[in-house]
Design a protein around this ligand. Structure first.
Ligand SMILES: CC(C)(COP(=O)(O)OP(=O)(O)OC[C@H]1O[C@@H](n2cnc3c(N)ncnc32)[C@H](O)[C@@H]1OP(=O)(O)O)[C@@H](O)C(=O)NCCC(=O)NCCS
Length: 323
């Protein structure tokens, strides 16, 4: 589907309307279908575009006096140096699998590479490397639904640091450097799904801890990096047909622009979720999980969703809410 409406109002760095490869699009990044039975009219498009960086962008930085590391875009590298990109991606994927032990929360290597290579979307794996070795990485999606109060926004999907390198400031560096990038794209706000220890069973907490960090420590990490919480229920729809929905995640938010308000209109927030979910849900406007979630948010938060302390309690959803 190629629809020029999708590009209306996008900032100038979205360079032109790309052509879509329908097969790859369906694999991981389907376009959001418009259907009549969606609860309210949300005319927001899913953003399309080309690349995050100038090709071959690789930035040298020093994270302390002794180490020189580079930040690389796998999206660019797959185009300019595909062999090197594969080697780096394999290391990233290994760390990703070790860092997120719940199979319902992760995609396959095939799906991630397809998403990185997809021209029509802005998905990237940004890795911090030292020599040829990956120290950590962050997965990012840049979206724009054409809402002036939001502007372009980023969903930070997963971030991980090699276990042997943790507590040395690498996570903090990845966050701050990727946030510098976001600011350079005109992004005022980033969201991410984060494990909420208050919503997790003892079994899930133990599974999570096998990654080398507890859910409460993960939350402390994000809080220390300036992340706040959205005061609303959430469910992550299944990543693929063989996976389950995830109920123990919370939407966290990072206000990169200090003038960003303390709440977001629910329509805009649902628009953000819908654009993000459409990255992997075939029909976000008819999927039972996304539709029930969007309807509930619109019904229960008529005055908008509030931005609150990341450690504050909120209503959590369960399977019973969807049957
Ligand atoms: C979360 C993670 C990315 C942090 O990376 P890191 O390189 O160890 O983080 P940093 O060294 O930059 O830590 C920055 C601050 O976060 C906090 N923090 C990080 N890890 C922590 C832990 N295990 N316990 C308590 N606080 C922690 C501390 O305040 C730390 O500062 P300090 O070391 O000066 O006290 C890493 O633990 C990881 O990969 N975990 C598995 C995957 C994951 O949980 N990803 C995040 C969810 S998407």
């Amino acid at each position: 589907m190629s629809d020029s409406k999708f590009f209306d109002g996008l900032p100038s760095f979205f360079s032109g309307a790309p052509s879509f490869s329908t097969s790859e699009q369906r694999l991981f990044f389907p376009a959001a279908p418009r259907v009549d039975h969606f609860p309210v009219s949300l005319p927001y498009p899913i953003s399309k575009g080309t690349s995050f960086f100038h090709p071959s962008a690789e930035w040298l930085m020093s994270i302390d006096l002794k180490r020189q590391v580079s930040l690389v875009s796998l999206r660019d590298m797959f185009r300019s140096e595909p062999l090197r990109a594969h080697v780096i991606f394999e290391q990233c994927f290994e760390l990703y699998e070790q860092s997120f032990p719940d199979p319902n929360e992760i995609s396959s290597a095939h799906e991630i590479v397809a998403a990185i290579r997809e021209e029509s979307t802005h998905f990237d794996v940004v890795a911090l490397i030292e020599g040829g070795r990956v120290l950590g990485a962050r997965h990012l999606i840049l979206l724009d639904i054409g809402v002036p109060e939001l502007g372009p926004f980023v969903v930070g999907e997963h971030m991980y640091v090699d276990r042997s390198e943790r507590r040395r400031g690498i996570g903090k560096t990845l966050v701050s450097r990727t946030e510098d990038l976001m600011r350079s794209w005109g992004v005022r706000v980033a969201i991410s799904e984060q494990n909420d220890p208050d919503a997790m069973s003892p079994e899930l907490l133990a599974l999570d801890e096998s990654s080398g960090i507890t859910a409460a420590q993960r939350r402390k990490f994000w809080k220390s990096q300036g992340y706040e919480g959205i005061d609303a229920p959430y469910v992550m729809p299944p990543i693929s047909e063989d996976k389950e929905p995830v109920y123990h995640l919370r939407i966290a938010i990072r206000r990169l622009d200090p003038s960003f308000p303390d709440s977001i209109s629910t329509e805009a927030f649902v628009g953000m979720l819908r654009a993000y979910h459409s990255s992997w849900v075939d029909h976000a406007d008819s999927n039972p999980y996304t539709v029930a979630l969007y309807e509930r948010l619109l019904r229960e938060h008529p005055e908008g969703v509030r931005i609150v302390d990341l450690e504050s309690r909120r209503v959590c959803l369960r399977q019973d809410d969807f049957v």
